[in-house]
Design a protein around this ligand. Structure first.
Ligand code: ADP
Ligand code: ADP
Length: 220
């Protein structure tokens, strides 16, 4: 079974074709880099996988479940770090994670998750006072809660300092070692090449290449 499958997915917004006949599969346990410039259609693809956006044509499945027919089951098994997160300024880090755990029906050790992302000392502080980097780490922690089978990260290293980006890559590897599949979007090749098993390149809504980094390097 593939962790992620898109079959002939097209998405139009009026005259704009955001995705044009995209077919793609990501195997279970793989770290897959989804690379493309801004506007290529990466966020639209992710929104379709979570059934936040419905394709104009084609279909998508996650862990063998059709995302439209089974969206609740899919969302419970997927951890997402969205591009453009929103947090509640008056809630603490711990309260955000308790909320994430409830919505995934998970029973995680919240302290351990905060420790993993380097926010243990900030557990009881409200998110309104967090720096940008701390906010991003809190959103990552919310994605990690519940040991998701699939982790979808939309531009996860953008805006992090080099140490933060390195720690993000470590966490991605740890998640894969735990057995998760990781789908990692970026517009910067260097950010995906260090961790990804395979990379798909999206341009103007079309997949132009899918291969290992080594095989693609010559073509880029
Ligand atoms: P990326 O994530 O790769 O930057 P997006 O998926 O956000 O790309 O966008 C792909 C294309 O679809 C862009 O041309 C964008 O302007 C357009 N688009 C995305 N969402 C909408 C929307 N809700 N309405 C109209 N156009 C949209
Ligand atoms: P800023 O608050 O200035 O945006 P960050 O919060 O991103 O900076 O980073 C503050 C420190 O925490 C940095 O030294 C960085 O290396 C470290 N850091 C960043 N991300 C993580 C993470 N996911 N886990 C642990 N430490 C991190």
């Amino acid at each position: 079974m593939n962790a992620i499958e898109l079959s002939n997915v097209t998405k139009r917004y009026g005259d704009v074709t955001a995705l044009d006949d995209v077919t793609l599969s990501v195997a279970e346990g793989e770290i897959f880099g989804f690379l493309g410039p801004n506007g290529a259609g990466k966020s639209t693809t992710i929104d379709i996988l979570l059934d936040f956006v419905r394709p104009t044509a084609g279909s998508a499945s996650v862990l063998g479940r059709d995302v439209q027919a089974d969206s609740l089951a899919v969302r419970q098994r997927v951890g997402v770090l969205p591009d453009g997160y929103h947090l509640y300024d008056r809630l603490t880090a711990r309260q955000h994670l308790e909320f994430a755990a409830d919505s995934k029906e998970a029973d995680d050790d919240i302290g351990a998750v905060l420790e993993r992302v380097g926010l243990a000392d900030a557990a009881d502080r409200t998110a309104g006072g967090f720096s940008k980097g701390m906010k991003q780490r809190l959103v990552l922690a919310m994605a990690l809660v519940g040991e998701p089978d699939v982790l979808i990260l939309d531009e996860p290293t953008t805006g992090l300092d080099p140490n933060g980006a390195r720690r993000m890559r470590e966490i991605i590897r740890e998640e894969r070692d735990r057995g998760a599949t990781v789908f990692f979007s970026s517009h910067i090749l260097e950010q995906v090449e260090a961790v990804c098993d395979r990379v798909g390149i999206l341009r103007d809504g079309r997949i132009v290449a899918v291969d290992t980094i080594d095989a693609l390097r010559g073509a880029l």
